[in-house]
Ligand binder design. Structure first.
Ligand SMILES: NC(=O)c1ccc[n+]([C@@H]2O[C@H](COP(=O)([O-])OP(=O)(O)OC[C@H]3O[C@@H](n4cnc5c(N)ncnc54)[C@H](OP(=O)(O)O)[C@@H]3O)[C@@H](O)[C@H]2O)c1
Length: 315
């Protein structure tokens, strides 16, 4: 298959291109930052410079590439500073998830491309009610905190636009597996505390497993939403100390809710405290996906080395 990967140089894009090439696919990989063409070439793909926010350029790039399938993995999160407003941090990414998705879908229609897979997100999105682990059929949070409304709306737009067009939206868990993962520095510096009792649930996914699920989704017929997360959604009180230990850092601090609200803002605490995890049963069942790192417990150690004497291998 000829696969057009938008965002080939990102955290997931690089792993995905590598796995697609290993599976014998031809890959056209797009990049945005000057000089990143070499990175695409080094992965074994044909580089194309592309701004997803330029619909004419997107249309032309897809028509010229003549792909059998398109994957949208573009975000704008490198170097982003996270403050009290998620919408401010995610502003450019939200545009890639709305306008960028629409431009790629329009280009796919123009070029007669029927296979379309796009990056969505699972954690912090499901309604903060009921049990700790949610399936794709469970409702999304109908009333996200004000500082995350645009971000949630952008993900909802992507999910709906892609599946309405017959494609697949992959709701990934929190990525890890690279030395520069977003949590690494804050956890090393003890700047990422356990909030309250640490009961909010998160779902994680190793980048290699996320890429493997994406390759499978490309070969799957029919539209759908899939949670691409590991087997063990877990409360912050469990995963954060384990992550700190895997990084060789001191145990995380613990801050009471009132203090966390003052420091991080009410909305951030509401999301962290009430977040629900996601189930991967549908992706395993329908895509035939198996995980190399079924739990972050082994995955963090494999990715970051772990405390001295621990076993770094997958389960
Ligand atoms: N589920 C998750 O937890 C999740 C999801 C996404 C990202 N992250 C994390 O966020 C951090 C940064 O992510 P990242 O390394 O993937 O970098 P990123 O800056 O988000 O870039 C991702 C890809 O999108 C491309 N891109 C950026 N702006 C674009 C535009 N306007 N048009 C077209 N393409 C554009 C980038 O190209 P260039 O490289 O050429 O700039 C790159 O190929 C990583 O630690 C990652 O793990 C986590």
């Amino acid at each position: 298959m000829r696969v057009f990967v938008a965002g080939a140089t990102g955290a997931i894009g690089t792993r995905l291109v590598t796995q697609l090439v290993e599976h014998g696919h031809e890959v056209i990989g797009t990049y945005r930052s000057p000089g990143h063409d070499d990175r695409v070439r080094a992965l074994g793909a044909e580089p194309v410079a592309l701004d997803l926010l330029d619909p004419q350029a997107v249309r032309q790039a897809v028509l010229e590439a003549k792909p059998d399938a398109i994957v949208h993995q573009a975000t704008a999160l490198a170097g982003v500073r996270f403050g009290r407003s998620l919408d401010r941090s995610f502003g450019p990414t939200n545009r890639l998830r709305t306008e960028g998705t629409d431009a790629l879908l329009a280009a796919a229609r123009a070029a007669g491309v029927h296979r379309f897979v796009a990056q969505s997100f699972a954690s912090y999105r499901y309604a903060r009610v009921g049990g700790p682990v949610k399936t794709e059929d469970d409702p999304l949070d109908p009333d996200p905190p004000a500082m995350a409304r645009e971000t949630n709306a952008a993900m909802r737009h992507l999910d709906e636009a892609v599946t309405d067009a017959g494609g697949i939206a992959l709701r990934y868990g929190g990525f890890y597996g690279a030395a520069n993962d977003g949590l690494v520095q804050p956890v090393r510096k003890r700047q990422f505390p356990i909030i309250g009792a640490g009961g909010g649930i998160s779902s994680f996914i190793h980048l290699d497993d996320a890429a493997a699920a994406t390759v499978l989704a490309l070969g799957h017929d029919g539209a759908g939403l899939y949670n691409i997360v590991d087997d063990e959604p877990a409360p912050m009180s469990e995963w954060l100390p384990t992550l700190a230990a895997a990084l060789g850092a001191k145990p995380p601090r613990q801050v009471p809710l009132w203090l966390a609200r003052m420091i991080a803002g009410k909305g951030m605490v509401m999301m962290a405290e009430g977040s629900r995890g996601a189930s991967n049963a549908k992706a395993k069942r329908e895509l035939g996906w198996t995980l190399r790192y079924p739990s972050w417990r082994q995955g963090f150690v494999a990715a970051y080395g772990g405390p001295a004497g621990s076993d770094p291998g997958p389960r």
